[in-house]
Design a protein around this ligand. Structure first.
Ligand code: HBI
Ligand code: FE
Length: 276
């Protein structure tokens, strides 16, 4: 889809990003100088709250990644972060005005570029926002991009997504992203249950719910199950899928029958997460 028609569709959907300055690949300058005092204050307060929750509930590699990024007091400057991140795993953050079309999103991931929204929510949206903003994209997704196996998974996910669009399997592949990169839990051999998904890491309510909540459905992260399970974007998840290791996630995308699993899932009605 070209930028002009996508911009129009986003405006019609009530998405708030400014798509008028987009390049053909949907990237925009971060425009660091445009952030005001309230923007930095919202970042700082969100950062402090989520860092405290993460210290207890995040996978140690998320915490290592967060520390390596050297951010906290002010909205991170993508250029400064890129100097560090690119050296670690070859990933680069690129600014975007918000959600972009799936084909453009996958193409960036496949090239180790992470589309990062350049605006942050306002103070009155502190606890909840439907659209991904800079806090979600950065705090949620970027720390694990400094873990080599997860960095490789995200690239391969992008390539898989491009193939899935061509094959008509975009829904199953999107469910995989949702239940791993966004809402994934992990329990390594004999260890405690931890969170790694960005939707959890950026949410003060759902993170403790997913990790500690009583009566929460947590199922083994089996690829064929995940890609058949539908999801809802505006409430807590009805089921979470628990990985054994990040290596297993990367390997799932390397299995010989991956495309067959995705095609089969695309042909069946989705499973309701509340019944998993
Ligand atoms: N765009 N900026 C942005 N961030 C996303 O997470 C995103 C997107 N466009 C499409 C998309 N996600 C979905 O198709 C994913 O589930 C793959
Ligand atoms: Fe996200």
């Amino acid at each position: 889809m070209d930028v002009a028609s996508y911009a129009e569709a986003c405006a019609a959907d009530g998405l708030r990003g400014d798509y008028s300055a987009c390049r053909p690949d949907f990237t925009v300058e971060q425009d660091y100088g445009a952030y005001g005092a309230e923007d930095h204050a919202v970042w700082r307060a969100l950062f402090e709250r989520q860092s405290q929750l993460a210290a207890e509930m995040a996978h140690p590699s998320f915490l290592d990644g967060l520390r390596n990024l050297n951010v906290g007091d002010r909205i991170p400057d993508f250029d400064q972060v890129n100097a560090e991140l690119h050296q670690r795993t070859g990933w680069t953050l690129v600014g975007v005005p918000g959600l972009i079309p799936a084909d453009a999103f996958f193409k960036h991931l496949a090239a180790r570029r992470f589309p990062t929204t350049n605006w942050i929510r306002s103070a009155d949206e502190f606890d909840y926002i439907v659209e991904p903003d800079l806090f979600h994209d950065f705090f949620g997704h970027v720390p694990l991009l400094s873990l080599p196996v997860f960095a490789d998974f995200m690239q391969l996910y992008g390539a898989t997504g491009q193939r899935a669009i061509a094959a008509g399997n975009v829904e199953p592949v999107t469910r995989l992203y949702w239940y791993t990169a966004e809402y994934g839990l992990i329990r390594e051999a004999g260890g405690p249950l931890k969170a790694y998904g960005a939707g959890l890491m950026s949410s003060a309510g759902e993170l403790p719910h997913a990790v500690h909540g009583p009566g929460v459905r947590r199922r083994p992260a089996v690829l064929a199950d995940i890609v058949r399970t539908s999801y809802e974007i505006d409430k807590y998840q009805r089921v979470y899928f628990v990985l054994d290791s990040f290596e297993a996630l990367f390997q799932a995308l390397q299995s010989d029958d991956l495309d067959a699993v995705l095609s089969a899932a695309a042909k069946e009605p989705a499973v309701d997460p509340a019944t998993r």
